[in-house]
Design a binder for this molecule. Structure first.
Ligand code: ZN
Ligand code: ZN
Length: 416
């Protein structure tokens, strides 16, 4: 038997219905904030991710699906989408478009991670990028957009964590201070931390090893090392979040190891999956376009929501609820009725109802199927009904049955 590749999966009904409704809700919210969709290719030249995501990250060093194409070009399946969006921004000279560039995307990403619950090698992200402004008001609006998407999708209780990671003026000073503090304590930390203390000290701050947590909590905070511009930017972002009644927690350990990340960084965590885990991460990346070769600066901020986790959170909250069945199950009995049912079903579907036409020839079997598919109503259509020009409409929940005329079917089904 051929099976799906390890770390990938089929998304089947009724779960696929939840995916559809999440994506539809997200699109509505994006539209209301005047974002438009961008669709970039699923694969790009490897060098894009090496530069845009960073050679020394786990993603690029261990997790990418990379191969050499027949002409020798190194190609990679996208492990995330921000680099591709910025590549597209530069390629299509979007700096010359009017106003802010507000782009959203949704689709699969690929990382060869160790398979574990809730993590897939083909996973899905819903994200957006807002390019063209350094203003703190943009950061607050982008965060509000995530709040709205999560709410519209039915996720309750997600917690917002915010921080500032400074800029190329102030961050190097902080990293020096951090390295010095680490010299004294790194001997008591895990192997990764000992190595990172010298190579990429900021990443020590995201270590998840429980024994290291008290040590990390006692390390210096980046917020005490921000330059005037970064500190003022962060204050305004927090102010504008408060003005929107968006609750947040400042988390000085929330940092990103790459140079082009600047100022605001944020995460939404949710407790539904056992330990608090991130459903969304985002931040400002004012230096990214230049590191990808843009001659004009393109300050921007974006986020990505892990759709697999988002759906899992929603499904946990809805556990036990059954998926909706068709509005109407049409059960034709006999050849003439089958032909008539097809015309009738078309009419009702065009009127907006979800209609299923039975392929069972026996009434008892048809009614069983109607029950199992959770149809709300069943329309029985036999020779008697055809001759009388009336139909038997059965409400599945109560079993009550009534005779209706053709033009009354839709309103009877809708009324309930
Ligand atoms: Zn700064
Ligand atoms: Zn550690």
């Amino acid at each position: 038997m051929i099976k799906a590749i390890r770390g990938t999966r089929d998304i089947l009904p009724p779960s696929s219905g939840v995916w559809n409704s999440v994506e539809a809700s997200a699109r509505e919210v994006f539209r209301s904030f005047n974002y438009q969709e961008i669709r970039t290719p699923l694969f790009e030249e490897t060098v894009l991710f090496a530069r845009g995501v960073g050679e020394e990250t786990d993603i690029v060093s261990k997790e990418m699906y990379t191969w050499e194409d027949r002409d020798g070009t190194s190609i990679t399946l996208r492990p995330e989408n921000t680099a591709s969006v910025i590549r597209s921004y530069i390629e299509h000279r979007m700096d010359q478009w009017v106003g802010l560039k507000k782009l959203y995307y949704m689709g699969p990403m690929f990382r060869r991670e160790r398979p574990q619950k809730g993590r897939y090698r083909q996973f899905f992200q819903i994200g957006a990028e807002c390019i063209g402004s350094e203003a703190p008001a943009v950061d607050a609006e982008v965060i509000e957009l995530v709040v709205e998407v999560l709410e519209r999708c039915g996720v309750e209780g997600a917690k917002l964590l915010v921080n500032s990671v400074g800029c190329p003026k102030c961050r190097p000073g902080f990293i020096e201070t951090l390295k010095q503090s680490l010299q004294a304590v790194k001997g008591n930390m895990c192997g990764d931390c000992q190595r990172r203390a010298d190579t990429n000290a900021l990443r020590v701050l995201d270590c998840k090893v429980p024994e290291d947590q008290p040590v990390i909590d006692a390390l210096p905070s980046i917020l005490e090392h921000l330059c005037g511009e970064c500190a003022a930017h962060f204050e305004t972002v927090k102010d504008l979040l408060t003005a929107r009644d968006i609750e947040f927690e400042v988390k000085p350990r929330l940092v990103r190891g790459l140079d082009y990340y600047t100022k605001t960084t944020f995460e939404f965590v949710h407790g539904a999956l056992g330990a608090q885990s991130a459903v969304c991460g985002g931040g400002r990346y004012d230096g990214l376009a230049e590191s990808l070769g843009s001659r004009v600066p393109a300050p921007g901020i974006g986020f990505s929501i892990g759709e697999d986790r988002l759906v899992m959170t929603i499904e946990e909250a809805r556990a036990g609820q059954t998926a909706a069945g068709p509005d109407l199950f049409v059960a034709p009995m006999g050849d003439a009725a089958v032909r008539h049912a097809a015309v009738l079903a078309r009419e009702l579907r065009r009127g907006g109802l979800v209609v299923e036409v039975s392929s069972d020839k026996k009434l008892k079997r048809a009614l069983e199927t109607a029950n199992k598919t959770a149809a709300r109503w069943t329309l029985i259509l036999g020779d008697d009904e055809l001759a009388a020009g009336e139909y038997s409409l059965k409400r599945m929940e109560t079993g009550e049955q009534k005779r209706v005329k053709r033009e009354e079917i839709a309103s009877a089904v809708r009324a309930d």
